[in-house]
Design a binder for this molecule. Structure first.
Ligand SMILES: Nc1ncnc2c1ncn2[C@@H]1O[C@H](COP(=O)(O)OP(=O)(O)OP(=O)(O)O)[C@@H](O)[C@H]1O
Length: 317
């Protein structure tokens, strides 16, 4: 079930496959995103969680039109993003932005911080005076003082660099930011600072975030709703607190149980879970081979079951 607030972003049946092998006789594709639907409300944080390769970044890139979808529909403020042209397209680019995992590689090392933050304003044709003001405001809003503007990325710590990446992402006053593993390259204490900064921007600037992470603990700290992804498919989506308190899908349970033991005391670590229990079955549940509770019924693909405020891809939900 989606939230009751009107959607800023609405994604319906989104799919994307990548060509992985091509020979004279046939082409082989890999389904990175498989029939995914969700929405993101105004001033909300939606967490997308799943292990490496589950399709999280591909979803992020699809909704920002950085890559092309194969199937499905993506609406931003009620408009199909693939039908935008001219001014509307430009506005969409202005109102959406991205923060990547590693600020070391995402910031141009030859640019001063001032130039890095100013670049989107130049692209969008802002006059000089306004550019200057906006750059100052953005760096302050990202929690750094103006003295950083004359430095280079190499002179900054990892956390400071990520603040610069965030300043650049907010400088055009976007409505939505895709934050793709923004804390994964940082130490735990710095991670918390960045999470708090995102919370602040959401509250004070009313920015919605699509927060992508492999770490359910991190996602749980700031998301209103969570979408759990496995091999491109949604396993479970719903209210963050509900999911963290009572995960309904066996995969979500594994993600929760594999969090460090100092998190809720009663979590036992499922070290005994083998990676693969059984052979995959074509046309069956995508989690079949790794599911601790699968039975023969799981050789058939499950439908999404709606329970309370949640949708779960499991025969046993
Ligand atoms: N351009 C591409 N060509 C071929 N395969 C791709 C391409 N981009 C992504 N993939 C594959 O699609 C799958 C999903 O990748 P994606 O980066 O979305 O996963 P992820 O959940 O974000 O994981 P990670 O955190 O490791 O990036 C992976 O198996 C990846 O190898």
């Amino acid at each position: 079930m989606e939230s009751n607030s009107p959607a800023l972003l609405k994604v319906e049946n989104l799919s994307k496959k990548f060509l992985i092998k091509k020979s004279l006789l046939k082409k082989e594709f890999f389904k990175a995103v498989d029939n995914v639907s969700f929405s993101l409300g105004y001033n909300q944080v939606l967490g997308i969680v799943g292990e490496s390769g589950s399709g999280k970044s591909t979803i992020g890139r699809l909704i920002l039109k950085l890559i092309k979808k194969d199937e499905g529909k993506i609406e931003f403020e009620g408009k199909d993003i693939y039908s935008l042209t001219g001014k509307e397209e430009k506005l969409f680019r202005k109102e959406t932005s991205i923060v990547f995992q590693d600020p070391k590689t995402s910031l141009n090392p030859r640019f001063k911080i001032r130039q890095i933050i100013e670049e989107p304003l130049l692209i969008h044709g802002f006059p000089k005076k306004e550019r200057k003001e906006r750059v100052k405001t953005a760096i302050k809003d990202a929690g750094l003082d103006e003295s950083f503007l004359d430095r280079y990325p190499s002179e900054l710590s990892g956390g400071q660099r990520q603040r610069v990446a965030i300043a650049r992402a907010i400088v055009l006053d976007p409505k939505m930011i895709v934050a793709d593993e923004p804390t994964s390259a940082l130490d735990v204490s710095v991670q918390l600072q960045i999470i708090n900064l995102i919370k602040k921007l959401r509250t004070e600037k009313k920015i919605s975030f699509l927060f992508i992470s492999h770490d359910l603990n991190v996602v749980g700290m700031l998301s209103d709703r969570i979408l759990v992804l496995y091999r491109g498919k949604i396993m479970e989506k719903g209210d963050a607190r509900d999911i963290l308190k009572k995960p309904a899908h066996p995969y979500t349970k594994i993600l929760l149980d594999s969090l460090p033991p100092e998190h809720p005391k009663d979590r036992k670590k499922l070290d005994y879970l083998p990676e693969v229990y059984r052979e995959e079955v074509e046309g069956g549940c995508v989690f079949y081979s790794r599911c601790p509770i699968a039975t023969d019924i799981c050789k058939k693909e499950p439908q999404y079951t709606k329970i309370d405020n949640r949708e779960v891809y499991c025969h046993f939900a």
